[in-house]
Design a protein around this ligand. Structure first.
Ligand code: CA
Length: 229
């Protein structure tokens, strides 16, 4: 069931929206105060936001901007004034839709459904395209962070997993130890790059049939490592 947060100071309108959305099986929360609404928007796990532009305390503009910085789910902005809608469109706040009051509740429900369906499509295709890598007997699920070697699930530490997934995503490219250290340990390469060598060794012990003759991660002498496609 999708969860929706309505931030709207006119309680009668908020309640009407909530009633209609609940009839369509959505779970709905209401906040009538801007600041509290923002706090709930950022801390809660909602699938869509319906946001009134004119709110006491903090404006819908600011709330929209802060939601956008933290969440990628749909935001529908509502305003009583057509002028305001034109203005906020121009500001590029990142709202997904703008609705002028008064609107019919069934129109609101239709728009909510359309945006949720569109969002789910986007997320769904993104996952299918990127989440599972299969290279010969090795299967890496990046979303679930799980690895199978010849059908058997194998445990990896966080850094081992990150390193393996990074190399497997860039097959046939040679990376130096410095590059890998920067990429995976996320800092300048003044640290101890020997840690890369240690992690490669551990990964090989888990994925290679014979780690002295690796079939997946090759050593390119004097340069670094390459994942064989
Ligand atoms: Ca208002």
């Amino acid at each position: 069931m999708s969860k929706i947060l309505i931030i709207e100071d006119e309680e009668a309108i908020a309640e009407l929206e909530k009633d209609y959305l609940e009839l369509s099986d959505f779970e709905v929360d209401i906040e009538t105060d801007g600041a509290q609404g923002l706090e709930r928007a950022l801390s809660g796990n909602y699938d869509l936001y319906i946001l009134d532009l004119m709110l006491p305390g903090i404006s819908g503009f600011d709330i929209c901007r802060q939601i956008r910085e933290n969440k990628d789910v749909p935001v529908l902005m509502v305003s009583a004034r057509k002028d305001d809608i034109d203005k906020i469109r121009g500001l590029g706040l990142g709202a997904d839709d703008y609705i002028t009051k008064p609107f019919s509740p069934s129109e609101l429900v239709a728009r909510v459904k359309a945006h949720l369906a569109r969002y789910e499509r986007l997320v769904g295709t993104g996952l299918e395209k990127n989440s599972v890598l299969e290279i010969r007997g090795l299967k890496i699920d990046k979303t679930a962070r799980r690895v199978w070697v010849n059908g058997k699930e194998t445990q990896f530490t966080t850094k081992e997993f990150d390193l393996l997934a990074f190399l497997a995503q860039h097959p046939d490219r040679v990376f130096t130890k410095e590059e890998l250290f920067r990429e995976i340990w996320n800092m300048e390469s003044f640290g101890d790059i020997a840690t890369v060598t240690v992690h490669i060794k551990k990964i090989r012990e888990k994925i290679e049939f014979d780690s002295s003759r690796p079939q997946y991660i090759e050593t390119v002498w004097g340069v670094g490592y390459r994942f064989k496609a």
